[in-house]
Write a protein that binds this ligand. Structure first.
Ligand SMILES: Cc1cc2nc3c(=O)[nH]c(=O)nc-3n(C[C@H](O)[C@H](O)[C@H](O)COP(=O)(O)OP(=O)(O)OC[C@H]3O[C@@H](n4cnc5c(N)ncnc54)[C@H](O)[C@@H]3O)c2cc1C
Length: 468
């Protein structure tokens, strides 16, 4: 249905409704980090978001817990700054547990040990509240119900086109917003793609992307029974894997995957379920997103039947809610000044322009079948680095990209796509954007030592200086 049946001529004057110093598109983990950092850095900052609340996958996607903000072995905190502040603010209103106290292999971490040390369980409603509070306290202006549909460039100074404005759609119709620097945190690189930046999509060879998942939560679960069953069945690599395999043989399990992805929440008897799996759909296609939403919902209903019939502790479970939208793990990856690779993660490669550390392993859900997820097969270093250049598009000035659409291979993105590093990348992009505005320079030319000083002063963890 996305295929055009021809085209229509469409010309209309679009009102410019705002002109800001820093514009952040998308209010997920990356966008929150970017907007709060840019405003704290002194820039007049506007954050626009398509929904009526902030948080992105943390809230609209019902995704959680936040994966590790620590080294792979859980011994060392790697992500601080706005992410850590955000978690502590949620904790203060009873809506999160700080990762320092959370063990891998526990019910909080989905009973998975490898790569799941020091996750952050949180309540999505607490995330919505803390997100808007932190933005307002920092002086971020927020415009909800605004979807970026287009982006306009002008001739730039350095020979590249410069992003001038984005075109949003909403109840008020089309509107233009102009910015000196824009940070694309839409997760799909919507702004970058509309502006003409080059990008890659999917894995090498067949271009397939990781599967989509509709998250849901169930209530009325007997927590003690679930925890006892999983503890006494260590032969199941994933929770309930043998019960899933039996139901699959009998044709009663709707999703192509092994075991159940389930995470205990702060609410007794309530679990998050990360188990539906929709293959071979493209999150940048409206028709594919529609088909995935419909298929995801049918899978959820069939999973509920399986849970009630087969899973100890879930006999009386009830569907509490499903996510506002299907969860998309992967789409566009811009072509940046540097492309992060699996080798960089394996070798813990040092970068002079490091802007974030990470210890989460490669987590590729099989684009064609039941396999994948975190396994020790694709080793990463205990801590690895993310450089500034992955956020700088080669082709366009006035634009940074943070979060899921940064420049990385399919494999490397599968590690750095989780929420804590997205906060950290966002914070670095927002800080750099504010610095670029203050100096009147292109974001790609900001001083890395100055950016490092700023990030460190704001609580980010960057490790020791990289060898020159
Ligand atoms: C099924 C699934 C399970 C996952 N499990 C985990 C997990 O357990 N733990 C973990 O840490 N991570 C997990 N992840 C990864 C993580 O949720 C995402 O990669 C992360 O949220 C990306 O952050 P982001 O800020 O780049 O994008 P998002 O969180 O996707 O935020 C993007 C924001 O931009 C807005 N937006 C998008 N396009 C536009 C537009 N054109 N105009 C205006 N607004 C727009 C969206 O509404 C959204 O608010 C999972 C992801 C999926 C899909």
């Amino acid at each position: 249905m996305d295929k055009a049946l021809g085209s229509v001529e469409y010309r209309r004057q679009v009102p410019v409704i705002d002109e800001v110093e820093v514009l952040v598109v998308g209010g997920g983990p990356a966008g929150l980090g970017a907007a709060i950092a840019a405003a704290r850095g002194g820039a007049r900052t506007l954050l626009i978001e398509r929904y009526g609340f902030l948080g992105g996958n943390m809230t609209a996607g019902l995704v959680g817990p936040c994966m590790t903000a620590y080294s792979l072995d859980g011994s060392q905190q790697l992500i601080g700054g706005i992410f850590d502040e955000f978690v502590r603010r949620m904790e203060a209103i009873g809506g999160a547990l700080h990762p320092s106290g959370i063990e891998g292999g526990s019910a909080w971490s989905g009973f998975i040990a490898y790569g799941h040390e020091r996750v952050t369980p949180f309540d999505p409603e607490a995330a919505k509240t803390v997100a808007i509070r932190m933005c307002r306290e920092a002086g971020v202006e927020v415009l909800f119900h605004s979807f970026v549909a287009d982006a306009l460039t002008v001739r730039g100074d350095g020979g590249r086109p410069r992003l001038d404005s984005v075109i949003t759609t909403g109840k008020g119709g089309l509107a233009a917003i102009r910015a000196q620097v824009t940070v694309d945190c839409s997760a799909d690189g919507d702004v970058a793609a509309r502006a003409g930046a080059r990008f890659e999509i999917g894995r090498e060879g067949d271009g397939l992307m990781q599967p989509m998942t509709l998250f849901f939560r169930v209530s009325h679960v007997d927590d003690a029974v679930v925890e006892e069953y999983v503890r006494t069945h260590p032969e199941d690599y994933r929770p309930f894997a043998s019960l899933v395999a039996r139901a699959q043989k009998e044709g009663r399990f709707p999703a192509p995957r092994r075991g159940v992805g389930l995470y205990k929440t702060l609410e007794p008897g309530v679990w998050r379920i990360n188990t539906s799996r929709i293959l071979k759909r493209d999150g940048t296609s409206t028709a594919d997103l529609t088909a995935a939403e419909i298929e995801g919902r049918e899978q959820v209903m069939a999973l509920l039947e399986f849970f009630r019939r087969d899973l100890p502790g879930f006999q009386d479970c009830r569907l509490m809610d499903t996510a506002t939208q299907i969860g998309v793990r992967e789409t566009r990856r811009i072509l940046g000044e540097y492309t992060l690779t699996l080798g960089d993660l394996k070798n813990g490669r040092r970068f002079e322009d490091v802007i974030a550390l990470c210890g989460y392993p490669v987590d590729i859900h099989d684009p064609t079948g039941a396999g994948g997820g975190v396994t020790p097969d694709l080793q990463v270093a205990n801590a690895y680095e993310i450089p500034f250049r992955v956020m700088v598009p080669q082709d366009i000035d006035g634009l940074l990209v943070a979060g899921r659409a940064v420049s990385a291979t399919h494999e490397a993105l599968a590690a750095i796509r989780v929420m804590p590093p997205c906060f950290a990348m966002g914070q670095a992009a927002g800080s750099a954007a504010a610095m670029a505005v203050a100096r009147g320079i292109a974001p790609r030319t900001v001083s890395i030592p100055e950016l490092h000083a700023r990030l460190r002063a704001d609580g980010a963890i960057l490790g020791t200086a990289a060898p020159a």
